[in-house]
Design a protein. Structure first.
Lengths: 114, 113
């Protein structure tokens, strides 16, 4: 069964550094998402992406965040200048169609900012 | 904004017993309610979902019920097995206007052999 994959599984970085989290969505899916879960808190929506554009974003997704689909298979989340409070588990998800569509989640990347 | 509350936060049951997890949502425009199971080291996996045009949906040992008037929905697992042990998340979405899933805080289910 096709799965969403994410790399790396764990990323440690220094405050102020840039990080790129990578995701490979399910191959015939067209809609892509990032969520995050700070330890002990709820899973929170960050952004949705379709046709090389952001279709929806939350208030968390400020100017230090960006997303990109650099090729036909990868979907990335970039955090420009990491802060301590960016430490969280980041989940990528994908869906076949848009608003009426199941979202399939990857295993997550644990980001630790020191 | 939209909020989803989930209870209980932990649930321990004997193998073979039933488990019920409840969620309430605040936005009456929500119309799609998925349930995800998260095992250790894995991402959330969809186990069942329900849309607001039905009141109940069943898939083998798993069922979900929805009460739109009261704005709550529940996950029912019957004949629980040790492999059902995991964290379960409910979520809500306004399917015709938003991509965003609003998640509950999760329930850690432990099935004792």
């Amino acid at each position: 069964e096709p799965e969403v994959t994410q790399t790396p599984s764990h990323q440690v970085t220094q405050m102020g550094q840039e990080v790129i989290l990578r995701c490979v969505p399910i191959s015939n899916h067209l809609y892509f998402y990032w969520y995050r879960q700070i330890l002990g808190q709820k899973v929170e929506f960050l952004v949705s992406f379709y046709n090389n554009e952001i279709s929806e974003k939350s208030e968390i997704f400020d100017d230090q965040f960006s997303v990109e689909r650099p090729d036909g298979s990868n979907f990335t989340l970039k955090i420009r200048s990491t802060k301590l409070e960016d430490s969280a588990m980041y989940f990528c998800a994908s869906g076949r169609s848009g608003l009426v569509s199941t979202q399939y989640f990857g295993p997550g990347t644990r980001l630790t900012v020191l | 904004g939209e909020n989803v509350e989930q209870h209980p936060s932990t649930l321990s049951v004997q193998e073979g017993d039933s488990a019920v997890i409840k969620c309430t949502y605040s936005d009456s425009a929500s119309n799609y309610f998925p349930w995800y199971k998260q095992e250790l080291g894995k991402g959330p996996q969809l186990i069942i979902d329900i849309r607001s045009n039905v009141g109940e949906k069943k898939d083998q040992r798993i069922a979900v019920t929805l009460n739109k008037t009261a704005k709550h929905f529940s996950l029912h697992i019957t004949e629980t097995q040790p492999e059902d042990s995991a964290v379960y998340f409910c979520a809500a979405n306004k399917e015709d206007s938003s991509y965003k899933l609003i998640f509950g805080s999760g329930t850690r289910l432990l099935v004792r052999p």
